[in-house]
Design a binder for this molecule. Structure first.
Ligand code: FES
Length: 312
């Protein structure tokens, strides 16, 4: 897929941790139209690729709007958008893709958790335009953490139910009443894992095809029992410690080394690096068996030996 060059045309804070970015095509050309539920993949200023749902109207191709939450455990993607993507910053994006399309139904229940509101808000605007019946349940930690709060209240009135849980799992919204009796309603849910698991649990007796989920959680590249090890960079002569909770790629970035990457989940092949010494713990999906002794995908793979020597 051909990348599209864009610039940040506008940026506004929606909450302390969530910023909205309006991206305009760099060369003045039109951006491809899209359907609600679509996302784009953004090469963030750190080089990490991240997927963000489009909030804007799919027919308005002058710009795309996305909202980005600064994740506490950011692996470089969301933090670099917040810190380094200012008005005028040039970015590359991949064209919209839709893995969460709106289906045809008489009635809809839209469920959002936290930053998962982005495709849900876009869907609600589209359903409003189409004159469809819908309700929204929007769960967040607190009023201050709720992106698009005022504009959604104004647009959707009492079709919008807001629930704050103060970050307490015991205060999760009780969805049971909405799911006790299966109906012809189509449900669209986007949010953190516990919310989606809850919806999966309460809707188990619903007919197939009525409940739709979207989940952008990054692949977990580090496991609980991973340990720290060292990486020697033969060309620069430097040695970098890879902590137990960081990938080689992240540790190199933390140490100020520019590294290229794309998927950061061991599937695209972009970060392939020559391994000169040491035994790798290969966790990728791309290396062929014959490459495994002298190549390593540094976005996911780790070390079986105490040290790896890389041709960097
Ligand atoms: S960045 Fe895609 S395999 Fe490492």
């Amino acid at each position: 897929m051909d990348a599209i060059e864009v610039t940040v045309a506008d940026r506004r804070d929606l909450t302390d941790q969530i910023a909205e970015f309006t991206l305009a095509p760099a060369d003045g050309a039109e951006l491809p139209p899209f359907e609600v539920g679509s996302h784009i993949t953004v090469r963030t200023p750190s080089g990490a690729m991240r997927r963000y749902s489009l909030v804007s109207d799919g027919q308005d191709t002058d710009s795309y709007r996305i909202a980005v939450k600064r994740e506490a455990e950011s692996r470089g993607g969301s933090a670099s958008m917040h810190d380094d993507a200012q008005v005028g910053t040039a970015l590359q994006i991949e064209p919209p893709e839709n893995t969460f399309p709106l289906s045809e139904a008489n009635e809809y229940l839209l469920i959002a958790g936290g930053i998962g509101v982005t495709p849900i808000y876009a869907m609600a605007q589209e359903l409003e335009k189409q004159g469809k019946r819908f309700n929204i349940i929007y769960c967040t930690r607190s009023k201050e953490d709720t992106a698009y709060l005022d504009e959604m209240v104004e647009a959707f009135g009492d079709r919008l139910l807001i629930h704050h849980d103060d970050g307490d799992p015991d205060k999760l919204y009780d969805f049971w009443d909405h799911f006790a009796e299966p109906t012809t309603t189509h449900v669209f849910c986007c949010g953190p894992k516990p919310l989606m698991e809850e919806i999966e649990a309460v809707s188990g007796h619903w007919p197939e095809g009525r409940i739709h989920f979207e989940d952008f959680k990054p692949v977990e590249v580090v496991r609980d029992d991973d340990t720290a090890f060292e990486v020697e960079l033969r060309k620069s002569g430097e040695t970098v410690t890879v902590p137990d909770d960081r990938s080689i790629l992240e540790a190199l970035r933390d140490a100020g080394h520019a590294t290229v990457s794309s998927c950061e989940s061991g599937t695209c092949g972009t970060c392939k690096t020559v391994l000169l010494e040491g035994e790798a713990d290969h966790r990728d999906m791309v290396l062929m068996d014959e490459e495994k002794s002298d190549r390593i995908m540094i976005c996911v793979s780790r070390a079986k030996s105490e040290k790896l020597v890389l041709d960097l």
